[in-house]
Design a binder for this molecule. Structure first.
Ligand SMILES: N[C@@H](CCC(=O)N[C@@H](CS)C(=O)NCC(=O)O)C(=O)O
Length: 212
């Protein structure tokens, strides 16, 4: 069975969400954050100490966007994907990676410089710089979702999971009110999906949960 190492509301939520959308069985191991400090034994399994970390037989993966592609390609039977012969195939791959590299990365730096570092090492100006970088990039999302419900081919795919996780994370770091109405409405559509709600609660069913 697939085993996924997870921290509550971390990037691994993308993978839990995809697994819930696909309805495939999986075992969840919920770790405290950050795992390298809260679960040092995890470093023996995954030396980077980061989540997600997915193990499926002999396959081990630690990049959330790549893991979304893996799950959709291997278990999706066409669901959550855009096929290579569809017009938006390239745009779809771009969105899957944009969600992590262009949106989540600046948010993670904002969190670092405003919350995770000890008080004396925090740099509010950098937190604001990274917020603005993230917010400027939302113009692309705005243009895509004011015309259709989802990013590609007007159907829900892993591109929406990748980008949707970044939008969700932004709401957790004080940026919700700086989202435009179209972006907020898009995030609302994503968050109303039963699989998203199930994914957010799934760690509660993990008997070893350290994620709160
Ligand atoms: N690019 C990776 C980033 C993975 C990552 O940095 N995960 C964070 C959680 S959101 C983590 O585990 N941080 C713990 C640490 O850096 O020690 C991905 O998309 O999965």
């Amino acid at each position: 069975m697939i085993k996924l190492y997870h921290c509550k509301d971390a990037r691994s939520l993308r993978c839990v969400w995809a697994l819930e959308e696909l309805g495939i069985p999986y075992e969840l191991a919920t770790l405290g954050y950050p795992p390298r400090l809260k679960s040092p034994d995890f470093l023996k399994i995954n030396p980077t100490g980061t989540v997600p970390f997915l193990v499926d037989g002999t396959t081990a993966m630690r990049e959330s966007a790549a893991t979304l592609e893996y799950l959709a390609a291997k278990y999706g039977s066409g669901r959550l994907q855009i096929a290579p012969d569809e017009a938006s195939f390239g745009a779809w791959l771009d969105w899957v990676h944009f969600g992590e590299s262009a949106l989540t990365a600046p948010l993670a730096l904002r969190l670092r410089f405003t919350i995770f570092e000890p008080q004396e090492l925090r740099i509010p100006r950098l937190g604001e710089d990274y917020a603005n970088l993230y917010l400027d990039r939302l113009a692309l999302i705005e243009a895509a979702v004011e015309r259709q419900d989802y990013l590609c081919a007007n159907r829900f795919t892993i591109a929406d999971i990748s980008v949707g996780y970044a939008l969700f994370l932004a709401t957790r770091c004080g940026l919700a009110e700086r989202h435009t109405p179209a972006v907020s409405a898009y995030l609302g559509r994503l968050q109303s999906r039963p699989a998203f709600a199930a994914a957010r609660k799934r760690h509660l069913a993990d008997s070893n949960s350290a994620g709160g």
